[in-house]
Design a protein around this ligand. Structure first.
Ligand code: MG
Length: 203
């Protein structure tokens, strides 16, 4: 399986990092070795001094498809989770300055903690989903899917023009504003509506 992630999909987050609001989705990939499941602790890597959390709504692809039309895209995902797109911001900033790809900042081992999944049918309106990240009991990110620049269906239609989607692939759909650095000993907890889905420690 593969992990596809969308950058700058909430306008307020694009602005906080001084990036333009995109007119087409910005995408990058993480390998399956980035996954961190079952609320296992995240160990800070030694190659970065500025690992940032980015809380994101994650889609699980339900069946294979390419060149998927936007109007049919809803049939291609069936479950939703929360994930953290851990980012080595110091490395990313250096690579952005030089116009280099972001993989070393985004695709490292365990850079994609993922929660259990909820069937989308149980979540009601997919474009009014509140999600929230607390670090050590303090709210740091609060988002709502109504603020997505590119809808889930638009993302699936766009990505599948270039990359075949397969059952079990994951799409990280972008983070709202409020991203920040994690430190040793932090506890990250995240909710999708009333469901606490993430609860793990940084070591
Ligand atoms: Mg992200």
């Amino acid at each position: 399986m593969k992990i596809i992630a969308i950058g700058r999909n909430y306008a307020e987050h694009a602005k906080e990092l001084n990036n333009p609001v995109p007119t087409v989705p910005v995408i990058f990939l993480k390998p399956d070795t980035a996954l961190l499941k079952d609320n296992k602790p995240f160990y800070l890597p030694d190659f970065s001094t500025d690992i940032h959390f980015e809380l994101e709504v994650v889609l699980k692809i339900a069946k294979e498809g390419k060149h998927i039309a936007e109007k049919f895209a809803t049939n291609y995902f069936d479950e939703i989770a929360l994930g953290i797109d851990f980012t080595a911001r110091d490395i990313q900033n250096k690579h952005k300055e030089k116009g280099l790809p972001w993989e070393l900042a985004k695709a490292f081992d365990h850079s994609a903690p993922i929660s259990s999944f909820i069937p989308k049918a149980n979540l009601g309106d997919l474009y009014n989903l509140n999600f929230e990240l607390q670090v050590n009991g303090k709210t740091r990110q609060k988002g709502n899917t109504k603020d997505l620049l590119f809808s889930f269906e638009k993302i699936i239609a766009f990505v599948s023009q270039y990359i075949t989607l397969k059952k079990g692939d994951l799409i990280f759909t972008g983070t709202p504003e409020g991203v920040g650095q994690v430190h040793k000993g932090d506890r990250l907890e995240a909710w999708l509506m009333d469901n606490q889905l993430l609860n793990f420690e940084v070591k």
